[in-house]
Design a protein around this ligand. Structure first.
Ligand SMILES: Nc1ncnc2c1ncn2[C@@H]1O[C@H](COP(=O)(O)OP(=O)(O)O)[C@@H](O)[C@H]1O
Ligand SMILES: O=P(O)(O)O[C@H]1O[C@H](CO)[C@@H](O[C@H]2O[C@H](CO)[C@@H](O)[C@H](O)[C@H]2O)[C@H](O)[C@H]1O
Length: 459
């Protein structure tokens, strides 16, 4: 089909060896059996060369599509991290090019010009005028995709694992912008290609907030202060509870905006039954690959089955789907919510499904636990540290729920069975996520499950 297919085909073994060391590669739980190119586009020709490549990664019965930006030069590796090097092929140095600012500026230029380049469509949103010629650097914070910041003005997220169709992140950002939501970074452009015969979003451009700090950084700084000082949380300079309450209020506002933009449906018993089935299925799936989860399975099942007995309808709507502290940014003007893509491992249908807003509340409550516990990872067990970490978590979880309740007019803690089950379901998801992505962190969700199972999960 397009030029440079031979180079792409020759690189597959090198790509297979290189993928497992990439933070964004979500298949670290199984060996790779094959890598096959699905499509490639030449974005810059000559020396250097920039190729956009979609590969299918086969791991036993699992097949997933990932996108790569491959740079290739006759010279040695340019100034990019050593880990970017993929291999030498036909005398060319081939490397992951997202860190090569000489190559990546064309992505913004193409969006600004609204170009179609070798099968990829670059667009700006109808009312957006984009600057050109800006150089980009990849962000360094924890993330499942790869984001490039252009001149402190724009941020382009390249979705690594691809699912066919318009990405939910882009779809919900557009809907929220339509209703004037104050808590999102404005969507400005997108890149799409083709996967499984249909147009598929591969990148989204948004306004970059240079003055922003992400919630995870703020929260973990506060935890560190708390663990180091030995003072009650409210006496600390870095107390996070006020922010946690404002964050709760912002999330309730985003939920109301999503409902205004895209509607709310009355949930029924079938919805609850489906929720329980999905929780049980996820539990079985994760327990089958993570033996450490197995002892908790019977009690987790009981907590999930309780959801089917909830009386009264639980309304459903579009929600964020994977809300945590790394998905929210504190700017000078308040909290912004990022990344409405949903859980990276979920299928397209799961991400598109309407859900209870409590799912997002549960996600954020889990994140307060994570922030509190991450300092303990790899440390010898000390009950005092654990107690302090949990005190920080409880204080901030309560503040978040208070802020949410003030705006929503209903307190999420009032639906305790559903909230607890959703939190446990999220923790089960995290066990699977950590097992596949960050095995060293597996103890974080596992210890939460152990605790939630013994203390009946009061928040
Ligand atoms: N508009 C923005 N302005 C400033 N920083 C941003 C913006 N969007 C994302 N970020 C930074 O990038 C990080 C990852 O973004 P996110 O959309 O959550 O990516 P991923 O889906 O890969 O996890 C965030 O935690 C935040 O630090
Ligand atoms: O941000 P993503 O959409 O990529 O979400 C995935 O990665 C997250 C980690 O980067 C992961 O979140 C888990 O770790 C966070 C700390 O790094 C913590 O705040 C979250 O509560 C915890 O779930 C997320 O689950 C995963 O889908």
């Amino acid at each position: 089909m397009r030029e440079h297919g031979e180079l792409v085909a020759q690189l597959t073994d090198e790509v297979a060896a290189w993928l497992p060391s990439q933070r964004w590669f979500a298949g670290k739980d199984r060996p790779i059996s094959a890598v096959r190119p699905l499509s490639w586009s030449t974005l810059l020709d000559g020396d250097p060369l920039l190729l956009h490549v979609v590969v299918e990664v086969e791991q036993g019965d699992r097949r997933e599509a990932y996108q790569l930006l491959i740079g290739s030069r006759q010279a040695e590796l340019p100034d990019v991290p050593h880990s970017a090097s993929i291999g030498l092929e036909s005398g060319l140095t081939c490397y992951e090019a997202s860190g090569d600012a000489d190559l990546t500026s064309c992505l913004l230029d193409f969006m600004s010009e609204g170009k179609v380049v070798d099968g990829l469509t670059f667009e700006h949103e109808p009312d957006a005028e984009l600057a050109t010629g800006l150089r980009a650097h990849p962000i360094t914070s924890e993330q499942s995709n790869t984001s490039l910041v252009y001149g402190n003005q724009y941020i382009l997220k390249l979705f690594r694992k691809l699912t066919p169709g318009v990405n939910k992140d882009l779809m919900l950002h557009r809907a929220l912008r339509e209703v004037g939501c104050r808590h999102i970074a404005e969507p400005l452009g997108s890149i799409s290609g083709e996967l499984d015969g249909g147009p598929t979003t591969i990148g989204m451009l948004q306004r970059f907030m240079p003055d922003a700090v992400d919630g995870w950084v703020m929260a973990t700084t506060s935890v560190r202060d708390y663990m180091a000082e030995g003072l009650p949380p409210e006496e600390l300079g870095g107390d996070f509870a006020g922010e946690a309450a404002r964050l709760g209020a912002a999330i309730a506002t985003v939920h109301a905006d999503l409902a205004r933009a895209l509607g709310v449906e009355d949930g029924d018993q079938d919805d609850l039954d489906r929720t329980v089935q999905a929780m049980l299925a996820r539990l079985d799936r994760v327990a089958a690959s993570v033996p450490e989860l197995v002892p908790y399975v019977p009690r987790l099942r009981t907590a999930f089955e309780k959801v089917a007995q909830i009386s009264g309808a639980v309304p459903v709507q579009y929600v964020h789907g994977d809300l945590h502290l790394g998905q929210v940014l504190r700017t000078l003007n308040g909290w912004l919510v990022l990344d409405f893509e949903g859980e990276p491992a979920a299928s397209f249908a799961e991400r598109a499904a309407l859900r209870s807003t409590l799912r997002d509340v549960a996600g954020m409550l889990r994140s307060f636990d994570y922030a509190a516990q991450q300092l303990l990872v790899g440390q010898p067990e000390d009950p005092n540290d654990t107690e302090r970490a949990m005190a920080w978590s409880t204080r901030n979880r309560d503040a978040f729920c208070d802020g949410y309740a003030r705006v929503a007019g209903r307190d999420p803690r009032d639906q305790s069975d559903l909230l607890r089950a959703l939190e446990l379901d999220k923790a089960v998801y995290e066990v699977g996520y950590e097992h596949a992505n960050r095995p060293d962190w597996l103890t974080v969700p596992l210890s939460s499950i152990a605790r939630l199972m013994t203390d009946e999960g009061t928040s």
